[in-house]
Every structure is written in structure tokens, then in C-alpha cells.
Design a protein around this ligand. Structure first.
Ligand SMILES: C[S@@+](CC[C@H](N)C(=O)[O-])C[C@H]1O[C@@H](n2cnc3c(N)ncnc32)[C@H](O)[C@@H]1O
Length: 348
């Protein structure tokens, strides 16, 4: 079967592209299974039946990632300890650079360079080029080929079946805002409020998120599947500390992706409270955190200079669930998607 021409820079993907998946230079396009029939394949769900019976003794504590990005170590040598906010600013710049890479082109450049250094026996340059080639290959596999970071099918499986219409969605620590846009496509015509205290997230990570990226969701008029794009969504981006937000209990969904694992235990319940305090009665808190698995440990080790600017843990879904349960939530759905744990919960 021949695929339609890549539409990354051209006309947008539409409903006529259902069932296609393509590799763009920086990410995967995935419009397979628009009717959501097979979504349960993409989540291993509901492994714990009674959270009140689970103890920390049984599940142990999360694994702390201890490797630190070189740019942070260099900065701290000159300036002293880096604040958490500055650490996030370093992280966001560094992570964003990888999302916009033309991966095949950069990989072939890195391999050419490596060959040149090898031929000239420039050992320190060989080491550097080898490191870059390994990082690019891993990024190519994890993000572009496997789509492990955005994981639209896993996220759709996690987000399925919520009892909401035109929801107001609050995204805490929104970065580029991907998951709120996926939710909006599935539950359209409401509003997204993205919050991040790093303005670069608003201007670049979200600001330059490709308009042409297709999110699979639903047409609110016909109820049939529909392709949504960023520029069709009702998004407000607030640049502020989550602790300063003026909102009351006014959101149907409060969402965070990769936030909870950045708080040591003494601060976890404060982070859990953030998910409760803006929710309407009957609203949903949705959270994901990176999974504790060998390939994630390897990822954060190899990508340390790209990723490791802040405190970070890897946990399994039972550990994550215990934090959520102890935070006063009933867990409605929990499970593993590609590289994250996911939980949908409601205040008890
Ligand atoms: C690990 S990131 C979220 C992961 C995201 N999916 C990504 O791709 O980077 C967490 C985000 O939360 C933001 N953040 C952390 N603490 C915050 C706070 N107290 N107030 C506002 N934003 C915060 C950071 O700036 C960062 O962009």
C-alpha cells in the first residue's frame, strides 16, 4: 500500500488519512484505530483491586535517578546550587532541542563525523561523536519510531470513558501541552488552561508545537472520529507558579504528566493537593509518571545531559497509586502505557 505524501509541512492531515501512520523527521504521525476499538491493547490496566490493603512495605520506595546533566554541574561550579525553577528552565531548553531535531539527518551527520575522527585517530572527538550517535539512535527509537514519549494510543486508552462534556481542563506543569490537546480532541469544545512557570514553554515548547500534528478525537456534532489540530483548540497558557494560581474548584479535569516524580516524599502530598484544589465535585485528576523499568533507567543514564536537571524518581504504578490513594483520592483506573504509569482518580 502506498502512503500519502508526508504532510508535515504541507496541508494538514484530515479524516481521509485515518489508519495511516508515518515517520516524519522528528516524530511519528499515528492515525491508526480512529474508532478506538483496540485501545485496551495499549494499557495494562487495573492490576491492584484494593488500594487500602497495599502497604509501602510491600511495594518499596521509588528509584531515584542520580546522574546529573553536565550543563547543571558546570553552572553550579560557578554559581552555587541551582534553584528548582532554573533547573526546569535548563531542562525545557535542552529537551525541546531534541523534539525539533531532524533525526535521520542528524544521525547521518553524526555518523559521518565519527568516521572522520576515527580515520584521524582523534580519540577524544571519537568519544564525543560516539556519545552523540548513541543518544541520537536512542532518541530515534524511543521517541520517533516507538512514539514512547507522546504515546497517543496509550494516552487515548488512559483517557477513555470520562463522563465529561465540553470540559475545562487544567494542565499543571504543561510544558508543550501535548496531553491536554489529546484530551481536548477526545472531549472537545471546552477549554484548556496550561500552566507552566517557564515562559519558554509557552513561547517555544507549546508555541512551536507543530500546527499540523494530528490528534485523534471525536466530532462533537456527528460523534464520529475526527482529526484535531492545535490551532482549532481553545487554549490559554498561564505562565506562573502553580502555587500562585487564583482558581477555585472550577475544572472538570486536572492533569499532570511527569510532575509527581520530581518531588521527594516530603513534598509529594503538596503536589497531590494541587490536583485536588482546582477540581469541581465529580471532576477527574489524571496523572502520569515515568515507569520503573530497565529501559527507563538506561534512557535516563544515556540521556543524562539532556534530561537530568531536576530531582527525578522512577516508580511503578503501585507506588504511584499509593501516593495518590494516601493523597485522598479514589483510583478509578490505573495502568502501564508505553513508558509511563497512568492514573485516573477522583477525590474521596
Ligand atoms: C517534567 S515537565 C513535564 C513533562 C513534560 N511532559 C515534558 O515533556 O517536559 C514538568 C514541567 O512543570 C513545570 N513546573 C514544575 N514546577 C512548577 C511549578 N511549581 N509551577 C509551574 N510550573 C512548574 C516545569 O517548568 C516543567 O515544564
Amino acid at each position: 500500500m502506498s502512503l500519502p505524501e508526508l504532510k508535515i509541512n504541507g496541508p494538514f492531515y484530515t479524516d481521509s488519512d485515518f489508519e495511516t501512520t508515518e515517520l516524519a523527521p522528528s516524530y511519528r504521525i499515528d492515525l491508526r484505530n480512529p474508532t478506538n476499538e483496540h485501545l485496551d491493547q495499549f494499557i495494562s490496566a487495573n492490576l491492584v483491586s484494593d488500594w487500602s490493603q497495599l502497604t509501602w512495605k510491600e511495594v518499596g520506595k521509588p528509584y531515584e535517578v542520580k546522574t546529573v546533566a553536565k550543563s547543571k554541574l558546570d553552572w553550579e561550579r560557578d554559581h552555587g546550587e541551582m534553584s528548582v525553577k532554573t533547573s526546569w528552565e535548563f531542562f525545557n531548553k535542552s529537551f525541546h532541542e531534541w523534539f525539533i531535531k531532524d533525526v535521520p539527518e542528524e544521525l547521518s551527520k553524526a555518523k559521518q563525523e565519527l568516521k572522520g575522527y576515527l580515520a584521524r585517530f582523534k580519540i577524544s572527538d571519537v568519544k564525543k561523536a560516539l556519545g552523540e550517535t548513541v543518544r541520537l539512535s536512542l532518541w530515534n527509537y524511543a521517541h520517533r519510531v516507538e512514539d514512547g514519549i507522546w504515546d497517543p494510543r496509550g494516552k487515548r486508552a488512559l483517557f477513555e470513558g470520562l463522563d465529561v462534556r465540553k470540559p475545562r481542563i487544567l494542565f499543571l506543569g504543561a510544558a508543550e501541552g501535548y496531553e491536554a490537546m489529546q484530551l481536548y480532541a477526545m472531549y472537545p469544545e471546552g477549554e484548556i488552561v496550561m500552566v507552566d512557570y517557564d515562559d519558554f514553554c509557552r513561547t517555544d515548547r507549546f508555541g512551536h508545537f507543530p500546527d499540523s500534528y494530528p490528534f485523534l478525537g471525536v466530532n462533537p456534532v456527528s460523534g464520529h472520529p475526527k482529526v484535531w489540530h492545535k490551532n482549532e483548540m481553545n487554549v490559554h497558557y498561564v505562565v506562573d507558579d502553580i502555587r500562585n494560581l487564583p482558581f477555585g474548584k472550577e475544572f472538570d479535569i486536572v492533569l499532570s504528566v511527569g510532575l509527581l516524580e520530581h518531588f521527594p516524599d516530603d513534598f509529594k502530598q503538596e503536589a497531590m493537593n494541587w490536583h485536588r484544589k482546582f477540581l469541581k465535585p465529580g471532576g477527574y485528576a489524571i496523572m502520569t509518571t515515568p515507569r520503573l523499568q530497565l529501559k527507563s533507567k538506561l534512557f535516563y543514564m544515556i540521556m543524562a545531559d539532556v534530561m537530568n536537571h531536576t530531582y527525578r524518581e522512577l516508580m511503578d504504578v503501585r507506588q504511584m497509586g499509593l501516593y495518590v490513594y494516601e493523597g485522598g483520592f479514589d483510583i478509578l483506573r490505573h495502568g502501564y502505557i508505553k513508558v509511563h504509569n497512568g492514573i485516573v482518580a477522583q477525590p474521596r
